[in-house]
Write a protein that binds this ligand. Structure first.
Ligand code: NG1
Length: 505
């Protein structure tokens, strides 16, 4: 490997085996060849560089990254590969699956706005492109003159499934743009890339946390990571031997960007309102309280301690200061002491959430959301503690499974981000012998992740197929050929990399 991830730099490789392993590359090779062929067909020549970034599965720690709390993801082997070359006068964004994702052209101006009203798959590339120029300017470096780019994208992370296909696309695109211009002599710091690609995704209209980009960039094969924020950093955590994680798709598609106002961004708003109301009840002035944007920031006002016990103190404060059920817009406005449009004046996506709530005459749930966040943040620390403990393997696996189950219940009951299909799938997984099973990613559809003994994976997959997928096969919702992409065991895989010219041959 020319440049190793252990240096904290994005690996730049000429031999893809160092990314995929020999066995993995034997499978991927034909896909890369096809990508190169399609590139040549579209643009008349071979690409100059390629960049790849994987999807991820989050083992525990849902909807807490944007509140500033640590999460526990690992990269999966499915990834997005972007092939690029400087050429033409526009950004020509093509996809190997052109029927589903038709080619788009954009101007080269990095200041262009991303058209969130006309959501298209290629917006993610533009978001990454803009982010690269922001990053270069923030670093005080000289930006390459904007020029036309010819781009062919091949994505293998299932979309709308909670495995973060969006971040795989954004991260691979950002690395590709940096690489094709030879930025920083390709000494690309993983932590920098993880930070700015998180901001990129906000151009597409989601108030994204930083988990997906961090793990997509910083993953290492064989280990899950505890990812912490502000600043973003990732620590290896070894999973107990004999533990296998099985990802299964509920087949309910949840497109985060399109549904953000009523789901993802709404939760971000509810958490901010909960933080402000508790802060005021604790005696902070209006001026101080409105500056608290996350439950993570609020924690420092509730307790000086950062031990695991401090989460219990936060939960007590939430129980004391917030009431259950909904807060109307006027009730929160009165409590906070400023109108909500004023409070959110700098965030277009939050203003949209307010407008939608106003139009529907509905309010916000603050107590349940805050209880989920603090209890989930505690579970992440408990999960890491169990992995690192000296307990025997079987007790560890049992404890990890219980934490995953508790996480799912909290997502379902307090954060309300599950759906009937996910519930059926989690029940099927537990019936089929999973030690723990939960929705993964943003929810409202997408995938579950189940902890299963390695020795029982095959039996588990066939039992879940019988309990959950057989009716879908009969109804023609999926074909037998699609089944193995719907349920699979996964091991922690490699993070993002730049592949030099010729790697696709
Ligand atoms: P998905 O929808 O699975 O990619 C989203 C966010 C994460 C995190 C999870 C919930 C983006 C790109 N990803 O993941 O940051 O908040 O939801 O834990 O917005």
């Amino acid at each position: 490997m020319a440049q190793a991830a252990s240096d904290g730099l994005v690996p730049v490789v000429s031999d893809p085996v160092s990314i995929y392993g020999q066995q993995g590359w034997d499978v991927e090779k034909s896909r890369y060849a096809e990508l190169g062929r399609k590139f040549e067909e579209a643009f008349g020549c071979r690409p100059d560089v390629l960049a790849r970034s994987p999807g991820r599965v989050n083992l525990i720690g849902e909807h807490i990254d944007y509140e500033g709390y640590a999460v526990f993801p690992m990269a999966i082997h499915q990834d997005t590969v972007v092939a690029l070359r400087v050429g033409g006068d526009t950004l020509q964004i093509h996809n190997t699956q052109q029927e589903q994702y038709p080619a788009k052209d954009f101007p080269v101006d990095p200041k262009q706005a991303v058209d969130v009203k006309q959501h298209t798959w290629a917006n993610y590339f533009v978001a990454a492109y803009k982010g690269v120029y922001d990053y270069i300017s923030d670093k005080g470096m000289e930006a390459p003159a904007p020029s036309g780019l010819q781009v062919m994208i091949d994505g293998r992370v299932p979309t709308g499934s909670g495995l973060s296909s969006s971040s795989a696309l954004v991260c691979a695109s950002a690395l590709g743009v940096l690489a094709v211009h030879g930025t920083c002599g390709l000494q690309l710091k993983q932590a920098d890339i993880a930070e700015f690609t998180c901001r990129c995704e906000r151009y597409v209209g989601t108030e994204s946390g930083g988990m997906d980009q961090a793990i997509s960039i910083m993953a290492r094969p064989g280990v899950a990571k505890l990812v912490e924020f502000n600043p973003v950093r990732a620590t290896d955590v070894a999973l107990p031997p004999g533990a296998s994680f099985v990802v299964a798709n509920s087949l309910a598609v949840s497109n985060k960007a399109e549904t953000a106002t009523g789901r993802y961004n709404l939760r971000v708003v509810e958490c901010r309102l909960a933080s402000a109301v508790v802060a005021l009840k604790l005696g902070l002035s209006v001026c101080e309280a409105v500056k608290i944007e996350t439950l993570g920031q609020l924690q420092r006002h509730i307790t000086a301690s950062t031990s695991i016990d401090s989460f219990t103190t936060c939960i007590e404060a939430v129980n004391e200061h917030l009431h259950g059920g909904e807060y109307s817009i006027s009730e929160v406005g009165e409590l906070v002491g400023v109108t909500l449009p004023e409070l959110f004046s700098s965030s277009t996506s939050s203003l949209k959430v307010l407008e939608a709530k106003q139009a529907a005459g509905k309010g916000f749930k603050l107590k349940d959301r805050a209880l989920h966040v603090y209890s989930e943040a505690k579970r992440v620390h408990d999960f890491k503690r169990v992995c690192e403990s000296n307990e025997d393997t079987s007790s560890k696996l049992k404890a990890l499974g219980s934490l995953m189950n508790a996480s799912h219940e909290s997502c379902r009951d307090l954060y309300e981000c599950s759906c009937p299909e996910l519930e059926d799938l989690v029940s099927a997984a537990l019936k089929a012998g999973a030690l723990g099973s939960r929705l993964t990613g943003a929810g409202w559809g997408g995938c579950t992740v189940s902890l299963v003994l390695e020795s029982k994976v095959d039996a588990f997959i066939s039992e879940v197929t019988h309990l959950f997928y057989s009716s879908k096969l009969e109804q023609g919702v999926i074909t037998t050929g699609q089944l193995q992409g719907c349920i699979f065991a996964t091991k922690p895989s490699s993070g993002a990399a730049v592949l030099m010219r010729g790697a696709e041959r």
